[in-house]
Design a binder for this molecule. Structure first.
Ligand code: TXA
Ligand code: MG
Length: 348
């Protein structure tokens, strides 16, 4: 398949190019577009055949449902049964990096929601994404635009690596602001929400508007044998680099000692900026990736998938990384990193 690439400046959006991409969506074809979290692989969410092509292009299992992207929070009511709590969340955080699971209406085909009675709705804040959804006039179903099992794409180059030749259009909108996927919450009957996937909108953010948040076990722990995931995506090993990835908890001295004794040839270390010089001195043969300052969770979120993709190309025997703290945005990093590491953590 021939993939057309369209370059758009989010600050000066070219209406003609948006109209062209929107027409491709309306025709039932696939368009990759930027969002503030990661790039999405989009198709008309109401068109069953188009949605099936998304699953095919990604190699995604058909039992893992998609998020539908709407141009304004109010549009959710056309496709889902909204409720008071939805509007409170929308008022505070939309457009923005949050996805809400609501009961679906019949106009969203079962293929989009993998046969579930619910559907995930998100109103992104990225200007290109919003222009595209508005111009298309239909909700856009979009998973992250990576091949199933590799890290979500946060730059145009990542998208081209995974999706060139597998979709009709790729919009180049530069790097994604945040770099990790949206926060996902499910609205529970009792006025609380369950956090299914942590992201830039944190537990604290939700609590600050008076919402009670339960964190689903699978966010921080491994699912037990036979346990049912509240969100089908939680049961898949995601974001997995080819090399073994192990998370280390301990002082930099303890980490350096551990790495010296690890007995592997090609080792990479993801290090906080604060420790890069120290590790370079202690571990001259180890390749070091700069993760951002220890306290700068936004920088780390922005770099994580990019680092994992770069490391993947190098054929390392082992990749080591610091175990993140679980508070604030750290919970999103923790969630992605323990899954990429298949829960391998060493406490030194
Ligand atoms: O930031 C994001 O959310 C990006 C951008 C493109 O919007 N999209 C994204 O989509 O990360 P995806 O498909 O890679 O992840 C969606 C997650 C999956 O884990 C899926 O299982 C879950 O949302 N999900 C979708 N519909 C659901 C539903 N009805 N109930 C529970 N979980 C659902
Ligand atoms: Mg994904």
């Amino acid at each position: 398949m021939q993939t057309k690439q369209l370059k758009l400046d989010p600050e000066r959006i070219d209406g003609e190019l948006i109209a062209e991409a929107a027409e491709v969506i309306r025709r039932g074809c696939l368009v990759v577009f930027p969002t503030e979290t990661v790039y999405g692989l989009g198709a008309d969410a109401t068109n069953e055949d188009a949605v099936k092509d998304i699953f095919r292009a990604k190699g995604r299992p058909g039992d893992n449902p998609l998020i539908i992207h709407v141009a304004s929070p109010d549009e959710a009511a056309k496709y889902t049964e909204t409720c008071e709590l939805y509007y409170r969340i929308a008022e505070a955080f939309m457009p923005g990096p949050i996805t809400v699971i609501l009961p679906s209406r019949d106009n969203i085909p079962l293929a989009t929601r993998a046969g579930l009675p619910t559907v995930a709705v998100r109103c992104p804040e990225n200007k290109i994404a919003r222009a595209l959804i508005s111009a298309a006039g239909v909700p856009i179903a979009a998973p992250s635009a990576n091949l199933s099992g590799s890290p979500s794409p946060t730059s145009f180059k990542h998208v081209v690596d995974d999706m060139n030749g597998r979709c009709d259009v790729i919009i180049d909108g530069g790097d994604c602001d945040f770099g990790l996927e949206s926060t996902i919450v499910k609205i529970d009957g009792d006025g609380a929400v369950t956090l299914l996937r942590p992201g830039r909108i944190t537990v604290g953010d939700l609590e600050s508007i008076g919402i009670t948040v339960r964190v689903a076990d699978a966010v921080v722990d491994k699912l037990g044998e036979g346990e049912v995931a509240l969100s089908p995506g939680m049961k898949y090993r995601h974001y997995a680099p080819g090399a073994e990835l192990i998370l280390l908890e301990g002082s930099r001295e303890a980490c350096a000692r551990y790495i010296k004794g690890v007995g592997k040839e090609r080792v990479a270390l993801i290090s906080h900026t604060d420790d890069v010089e120290y590790y370079k001195g202690e571990l001259p043969t180890v390749i070091i990736y700069d993760f951002g300052l220890r306290g700068d969770m936004a920088a780390q979120a922005h770099r994580l998938f990019s680092i994992l993709r770069s490391a993947d190309k190098e054929d390392f025997d082992l990749i080591l990384a610091p175990l993140p703290e679980k508070d604030g945005i750290g919970l999103a990093l923790y969630n992605r990193m323990i899954r990429a590491a298949a829960h391998k953590i060493i406490r030194l």
